[in-house]
Write a protein that binds this ligand. Structure first.
Ligand SMILES: Cc1cc2nc3c(=O)[nH]c(=O)nc-3n(C[C@H](O)[C@H](O)[C@H](O)COP(=O)(O)O)c2cc1C
Ligand code: SF4
Length: 646
C-alpha cells in the first residue's frame, strides 16, 4: 500500500463499496453488433482489465434510441433484446469484484444520418460540422417527453442487465449537454433561454431515471466542465448545474470537458500536459459533497496518486492508459514501471473510431483481440534471426522470445528504435520516445540477444543458419534524385535534422507539409530557423488525424516563422536559393541555407531483394515498413503476429 496509499484506499459511492480509486473511463470501441449487443471479444477485453484490479469500469456511450446512436457498432440499451448480452458482460466483471457502470447516451446533434438513417434531433437546428453537418430537427415537446421516457427505459434495462451504477452522458455536445449550453440551445420555450430553462431537460431526465431505478442505485452525471467555445458553457455554469442535481440526489460527477467543436479538449493529444483537466475536477470538488471523478490524460499511477493527494478528485478515470496496457495497475503496484506500455496520447484509437473503424491501439495490438492473441508457448524451439530493430522487428523478436524461441535481433544503427528514433524528437513528440523505451526494455527483458551497429548481409544470414529469418529493415527518408541541385550541401532530410545530424540554419525550405514535414518545420522554428513549407497537395497535415489537426494546424498558422505554400513543387536547388513552381508560375526563394526533404519514405529492401533472388533460405518473411511504409500501428501489429506465428 505504500506508494499508492490514496489510490488503493477503498471508497463508497452511495452504499456501494468501491475497492480502490482507479476507474476506467468510457471508451466507445465499435465492438458491439449491429443492434447494440455486447460481443464476446468486448467481454474478453473488459475481463483482462477487471482481472488487474480496476475498481470500476464505465463501458461506453450506450445509445438509448436508434435516432441518437453515435456509431454503427456502439453498444445500445434501446431494446429489451439488448439485456442478455449486457448481462453476460456484467456477470463477467462481477467475478472480479469490479463495479460495472453504463453510460446512457443520445448523441443529439452529433448523430450522423449516414450512420443512423434518421435526421438528428436537438434542442435547436444547429448542425455539427464535425459529425457531417446534418441539420438537426428542433425537438418538439413530444420529442422531449419521448426521449426522457427512453432514458428511463434504458435505465431499467441497465439494472436488469446487472449494471451497478448509471452515468448520464451529459458531456461532449450530446443531447443533454446541448440543452444545457447556450451555444447549442436557442429555444424560446420552457427548455431554452434562462438558466432554469436550460437545466430543465437534464433535470427531468435525471428524475425519470431516479424514479425508475430507485434510491439504491447510484446515478451519476458526466459533464463537460467547459465547452471551450465562444459563447459556450464554463466551469461556473456547469458546477452550478451539478450542484443543483446534487440537491436532487445525484450520487457522483464525472468531470470531462469539450464538445466536438473543441474535440482536443475531450481527448488530449500528446501536445497537452498530463492531467490538464484536473483543475476542472478540483473546481467541481470545491462546491460539491458528492464524489468527483477526474479524467483526462492521466496515464501514470504515480501522477494519479499525486492528484488524489492534492485532493483534486476522489477517483481517477483512466481509459487510454488501460487500453494500451491492461496491467498498468498491477505493474505499478509492483513498482515495475518500465514494464508498462504507456499510452502516448497518439490518438490512433480515436482516429479509427472517427473513421468508422474498430478501435485498436497503436502500441498494444492485443487490445480487442485478447483471446486470439493470447501468448502460447512455441511447440518447437527455433533459432530466429530478426534483421532490423524498429517497431516491427522489436515486436517480432520480443514475442518470439517470450514464446520460448532463441532470438537474435540485429540493428545497423547503434540504437534500437528505427523510425521512432527521429520521429520522437522535437517538442510535442517526446512521448514516442517513451514508446521506444518501453519496447527496447521489453526486448531485453524477454531475453533477446541484441546486436547493435551490425549491418547484416545475406552471407551473414547463411553463416548463422537460423531456422527463421525475419526481415524488418524499414524505410529511410526519400530524397528525389531527379531534382536538379539535389546534391547541393544545403540539402538534407527530416531524419538527419531531427536527429541533430544537420546544422540548423536560419532560413529553410521544408519539402512536404504532412505530419513529418510539419514536425520538422516546428522543430526548426523552435531552433530559431524560419521555414517555408512547400507542399504539392492542396492541404497540409492531411495525415495527422482529425483531433491532432485541430491542434497542429492552428499552431502552424499562428507561427510567424512558418510560411506554407500549397500546390507547389521544388524545381531546382542552388547554393542559397530554391526555385519553386506553383500552378505553372516559377519563383526563386533567395537566402535559403537549408532544404529539408520531409516528403515521403523509401523502403530499405536491398537485403530482401537479395534473399529473394538467392532463394535458398528455407523460412523467411518480410514485415513492417519494409513491405510498405505505413504507421506504427501496422508495424507493431505485423511484428506481434509474426512473433506468434513462428
Ligand atoms: C477511442 C475513444 C472513445 C471514447 N469514447 C467515449 C465514450 O463512449 N463516452 C465518453 O464519455 N467518453 C469517451 N471517450 C473519452 C474518454 O472517456 C476520456 O474522457 C478521454 O479519453 C480522456 O481520458 P484518457 O486520457 O484517460 O483517455 C473516448 C475516448 C477515446 C480515446
Ligand atoms: S492508440 Fe495511442 S492514444 Fe490510443 S490508447 Fe493506444 S497509445 Fe494511447
Amino acid at each position: 500500500m505504500s506508494e499508492f496509499k490514496k489510490l488503493l484506499e477503498p471508497g463508497y459511492i452511495k452504499n456501494l463499496k468501491i475497492k480502490n480509486r482507479v476507474s476506467m473511463a468510457p471508451m466507445e470501441k465499435q465492438w458491439g453488433d449491429r443492434v447494440g449487443n455486447v460481443t464476446q471479444f468486448y467481454i474478453d477485453y473488459m475481463v483482462e482489465r477487471a482481472k488487474n484490479d480496476v475498481a470500476m469500469i464505465t463501458m461506453e456511450s450506450t445509445f438509448i434510441d436508434p435516432v441518437g446512436r453515435g456509431n454503427i457498432y456502439q453498444l445500445g440499451l434501446w431494446d429489451d433484446s439488448n439485456i442478455p448480452s449486457h448481462k453476460r458482460l456484467t456477470d463477467a466483471l462481477h467475478e472480479f469484484g469490479t463495479i460495472a457502470v453504463t453510460e446512457l447516451q443520445h448523441a443529439g446533434r452529433n448523430a450522423a444520418t449516414y450512420k443512423t438513417g434518421f435526421q438528428p434531433i436537438a434542442p435547436s437546428p444547429i448542425p455539427c460540422e464535425i459529425s457531417g453537418g446534418y441539420i438537426p430537427r428542433e425537438m418538439s415537446l413530444d420529442d422531449i417527453a419521448d426521449i426522457t421516457r427512453k432514458y428511463s427505459e434504458a435505465a431499467r434495462r441497465a439494472r436488469e442487465a446487472g449494471y451497478d451504477m448509471i452515468t448520464l452522458h451529459g458531456a461532449h455536445g450530446y443531447i443533454l449537454n446541448s440543452f444545457l449550453s447556450p451555444f447549442t440551445n436557442k429555444r424560446t420555450d420552457g427548455y431554452g433561454g434562462s438558466l432554469e430553462n436550460r437545466y430543465r431537460f437534464g433535470t427531468e431526465v435525471y428524475q425519470a431515471i431516479r424514479a425508475q431505478v430507485g434510491e439504491e442505485c447510484p446515478v451519476g452525471y458526466r459533464i463537460t466542465a467547459d465547452e471551450f467555445v465562444e459563447g459556450g458553457l464554463t466551469l461556473e455554469d456547469t458546477r452550478a448545474f451539478i450542484k443543483h442535481l446534487e440537491g436532487l440526489g445525484l450520487d457522483y460527477v464525472d468531470v470531462s470537458s469539450g464538445i466536438y467543436e473543441s474535440a482536443p479538449m475531450i481527448i488530449n493529444t500528446m501536445d497537452f500536459p498530463l492531467g490538464g483537466l484536473l483543475p476542472y475536477a478540483a473546481g467541481m470538488k470545491e462546491v460539491l459533497d458528492i464524489p468527483v471523478i477526474a479524467t483526462g490524460r492521466i496515464n501514470d499511477m504515480r501522477f494519479a496518486e499525486q492528484a488524489l493527494e492534492r485532493n483534486e478528485a476522489d477517483y481517477v478515470h483512466m481509459v487510454r492508459a488501460f487500453h494500451a496496457d491492461p496491467e498498468i495497475l498491477t505493474k505499478s503496484r509492483k513498482g515495475e514501471f518500465d514494464d508498462i506500455c504507456m499510452c502516448n496520447a497518439c490518438n490512433k484509437c480515436i482516429d479509427l473510431m472517427f473513421g468508422d473503424q474498430r478501435v485498436r491501439c497503436a502500441l498494444n495490438p492485443s487490445a480487442g483481440r485478447e483471446r486470439e492473441m493470447a501468448l502460447k508457448p512455441a511447440e518447437k524451439k527455433k533459432s530466429v534471426m530478426v534483421v532490423g530493430g524498429g517497431l516491427a522487428g522489436m515486436e517480432a523478436a520480443r514475442i518470439a522470445a517470450l514464446r520460448g524461441h532463441d532470438v537474435s535481433l540485429y540493428e545497423k544503427e547503434d540504437e534500437l528504435g528505427g523510425a521512432i528514433r527521429w520521429s520522437s524528437k522535437g517538442q510535442y513528440r517526446e512521448e514516442w520516445g517513451q514508446a521506444a523505451r518501453y519496447r527496447i526494455h521489453s526486448v531485453n527483458k524477454a531475453g533477446v540477444a541484441v546486436h547493435l551497429g551490425q549491418e547484416v548481409t545475406l552471407a551473414d544470414i547463411k553463416a548463422a543458419k537460423p531456422d527463421v529469418t525475419v526481415l524488418a529493415t524499414g524505410t529511410k527518408p526519400f530524397v528525389p534524385p531527379y531534382i536538379p541541385g539535389v546534391d547541393n550541401p544545403v540539402v538534407s532530410d527530416y531524419a538527419k535534422v531531427l536527429l541533430g545530424e544537420t546544422k540548423i540554419g536560419v532560413n529553410a525550405v521544408v519539402v512536404g507539409g504532412q505530419n513529418i514535414g510539419l514536425a520538422t518545420a516546428e522543430f526548426l522554428t523552435e531552433h530559431g530557423c524560419k521555414c517555408t513549407i512547400v507542399e504539392d497537395g492542396d492541404a497540409i497535415g492531411a495525415d495527422l488525424g482529425g483531433i491532432k489537426q485541430m491542434v497542429v494546424l492552428p499552431r502552424i498558422a499562428d507561427d510567424a516563422n512558418i510560411e506554407v505554400r500549397l500546390n507547389s513543387n521544388i524545381e531546382r536547388i542552388g547554393d542559397d536559393w530554391v526555385e519553386v513552381q506553383s500552378k505553372g508560375q516559377s519563383e526563386t526563394l533567395k537566402g535559403i541555407d537549408m532544404v529539408v526533404f520531409a516528403w515521403s519514405r523509401e523502403i530499405v529492401r536491398q537485403l530482401a531483394d537479395e534473399v529473394a533472388a538467392d532463394g535458398t533460405l528455407a523460412d523467411y518473411c518480410l514485415i513492417g515498413d519494409a513491405v510498405w511504409p505505413r504507421e506504427p500501428i501496422d508495424a507493431i501489429y505485423e511484428g506481434a503476429m509474426t512473433g506468434r506465428q513462428i
